[in-house]
Design a protein around this ligand. Structure first.
Ligand SMILES: *[C@@H]1O[C@H](CO)[C@@H](O)[C@H](O)[C@H]1NC(C)=O
Ligand SMILES: *[C@@H]1O[C@H](CO)[C@@H](O)[C@H](O)[C@H]1NC(C)=O
Ligand SMILES: *[C@@H]1O[C@H](CO)[C@@H](O)[C@H](O)[C@H]1NC(C)=O
Ligand SMILES: *[C@@H]1O[C@H](CO)[C@@H](O)[C@H](O)[C@H]1NC(C)=O
Ligand SMILES: *[C@@H]1O[C@H](CO)[C@@H](O)[C@H](O)[C@H]1NC(C)=O
Ligand SMILES: *[C@@H]1O[C@H](CO)[C@@H](O)[C@H](O)[C@H]1NC(C)=O
Ligand SMILES: [Zn+2]
Length: 524
């Protein structure tokens, strides 16, 4: 089957070299000189050829493996900005005409992100939709729609517990794992294994009065199926897992009060059954691991969330990249030759950079996610591996007009306002911390952005209304897919549909023995 051609490792090297050679402070990047009419007609023709081929070569195989990539908060706007950013920073050219790896996947759909009770979603309810196949209420994890946030007693009724694709995959004999740059107990991974009416109950210290009698998310990960049967989990979160004591590093740090070392309990539990279980804490330890000999792996690379890609210490005692974690996870999980695996990889901090209205940090994290996707593609057999790349929700960032082709995506456009005659950055937020309007003695005005270094690390473009933590937005997100059954993502869908596509593709969960293909291509 023919698919959009993906860059080879060698081309990636060339790109990196180009990047080193063209590191300048230039604000306008060169536009390709070949964009004449013939170019667009040629491009249209080759896209047509590809579309015709794709339409007649849908892959109806059973997906032995499924890899689900999630860019937390990576709305379509962020993805577009990252496409341009990648071309400019990593390619030294204008960028608009380029593409992110997943943008060349044969199938793309749109997903509706609203939750049962809110128009604008949060990551707990969206992750639950992705992994259980049903929409639920905001801030709740792995429960059904009868339970609302903080309803501890209602959540204790097992009838409200939804099974997730992690469970479906394990019941089918697949190896399972997840990789994230957030804490392993954060909302997205938690929806794979926990049932909690509040996403913040990551450790016992956060249960509070409302959570009295409920079990924290970390405890569910280590003590309950399907969490305890996960073969590989990599991310941040030593605090909630009791691997270290100390002082909180951020407001989400969840230091255990019961003094249990769940990381050690996890190791002992695996070893008691004769498994080779490993705990790694830095990049070197992860990369030195003997993946052939390792049955179970937990990697906790920071006390709370891992660092943003741009801030990450890349040395041996620092943190691994998302790519490093993804490749180790695939190596261990793919040892299950006959039954295959299910893996979730989350670029979890795109969302945090957006909440802090720092586009540069967010775009670097998206480029890091893209590299992880590219690495995964090079390691799997696409005839039997379904790969989906999507986002849980979007943010209120916008790409506002007008700027010339090739203009620095982190820079300033060329069109001053016809009201105050001032310029603005291309990327802006409708709400957020950087509400820099001020009284100039005559009226309320805003800064002259030409005096600011808009591509500086940590730069926060102007927001329309003040808010300490920028909000999510309610627009649709895209889902890009390749591999068996990827064509089932084909129009606007509900977010919860994605679990059904993965389950049907792999013939697991509700689709065990219930995944008849209209076209049977097995062995033909
Ligand atoms: C918890 O257990 C892990 C794994 O054995 C160990 O590395 C760590 O030092 C322990 N942490 C504490 C606070 O005892
Ligand atoms: C870790 O990932 C980076 C890219 O993110 C890559 O350049 C490097 O080679 C990887 N390290 C190892 C040891 O595989
Ligand atoms: C890829 O998977 C297909 C379907 O399972 C199989 O027929 C083929 O031999 C595999 N290719 C390689 C290179 O392993
Ligand atoms: C304040 O801003 C207004 C509109 O931009 C401008 O006309 C006026 O001259 C400014 N006043 C001062 C004191 O700078
Ligand atoms: C803006 O900040 C970036 C990143 O710190 C730096 O490389 C660049 O030189 C700065 N530009 C100016 C004009 O100061
Ligand atoms: C197949 O799965 C669907 C969705 O879960 C379910 O409604 C249906 O009853 C199942 N059919 C069979 C024959 O199991
Ligand atoms: Zn968020």
């Amino acid at each position: 089957m023919k698919h959009a051609r993906l860059p080879t490792t060698c081309e990636t090297c060339v790109l990196l070299l180009l990047m080193l050679a063209t590191c300048t402070t230039a604000k306008v990047f060169p536009v390709p000189t070949t964009e004449d009419t013939a170019h667009w007609h040629q491009l249209g023709w080759s896209d047509l050829q590809e579309a015709i081929t794709v339409a007649s070569s849908n892959n109806w195989n059973v997906a032995k493996n499924v890899i689900f990539f999630l860019g937390d908060g990576m709305g379509i706007v962020a993805s577009t900005a990252a496409r341009i950013y990648k071309g400019q920073k990593h390619g030294g050219h204008s960028g608009e005409e380029g593409s992110l790896t997943w943008e060349r996947f044969p199938h793309t759909a749109l997903l509706k992100t609203y939750t049962l009770d809110e128009q604008i979603p949060d990551s707990a309810a969206t992750a639950t939709a992705f992994f259980t196949g049903s929409k639920v209420n905001q801030n709740t994890i792995g429960l059904d729609g009868t339970v609302f946030k903080d309803q501890c007693i209602a959540s204790l009724n097992p009838k409200t517990w939804q099974t997730s694709i992690l469970d479906w995959a394990q019941k089918a004999g697949k190896h399972t794992g997840f990789v994230t740059t957030t804490r392993v107990t954060h909302a997205t991974p938690a929806a794979l294994y926990a049932h909690s009416p509040n996403r913040e109950w990551e450790c016992d210290a956060k249960l509070g009065k409302l959570g009295h009698g409920c079990r924290d998310i970390a405890k569910q990960l280590v003590e309950d199926a399907p969490g305890r049967d996960v073969k590989v989990m990599l991310g941040g979160g030593r605090f909630p897992l009791g691997a270290t004591s100390g002082v909180a590093t951020d407001k989400w740090s969840c230091l255990r009060r019961d003094n249990r070392n769940l990381t050690n309990e996890w190791l002992l539990q695996k070893k008691a059954y004769g498994n080779n279980a490993q705990y790694v804490q830095n990049k070197q330890q992860l990369m030195d691991l003997d993946t052939e000999e390792t049955d179970y792996l937990i990697g906790l690379f920071s006390d709370s969330n891992m660092d943003y890609e741009i801030d990450r210490d890349d040395g041996p005692s620092g943190q691994p990249s998302l790519t490093n974690m993804t490749s180790v996870a695939i190596k261990i999980l793919s040892k299950n030759k006959h039954k295959g695996f299910f893996l979730v990889v989350e670029g979890g901090r795109i969302d945090h950079a957006m909440h802090n209205t720092q586009p540069l940090r967010a775009l670097e994290d998206i480029v890091a996610l893209e590299e992880a996707v590219r690495t995964a593609l090079s390691m799997v057999n696409l005839s039997e591996t379904l790969i989906i790349v999507t986002a849980d929700h979007s943010h209120v960032m916008t790409i506002n007009g007008y700027a010339k082709r090739g203009n620095d995506i982190l820079g300033i456009g060329h069109t001053p306002s016809d009201i105050d005659n001032l310029l603005h950055t291309t990327l802006m937020f409708t709400n957020g911390i950087a509400y820099n309007h001020y009284w100039n003695g005559t009226k309320v005005t805003r800064p002259d952005v030409r005096r600011e270094n808009t591509s500086m690390l940590g730069y926060q473009p102007l927001s329309a209304i003040p808010m300490t933590y920028e909000t999510h937005s309610g627009d649709d997100v895209a889902a890009y897919a390749i591999g068996p059954m990827s064509h089932l993502l084909h129009r606007m869908h509900e977010q919860s549909y994605v679990a059904h596509v993965m389950g049907f593709a792999a013939c697991i969960g509700p689709y065990t023995g219930n995944c008849t293909r209209p076209i049977n291509q097995w062995g033909t």
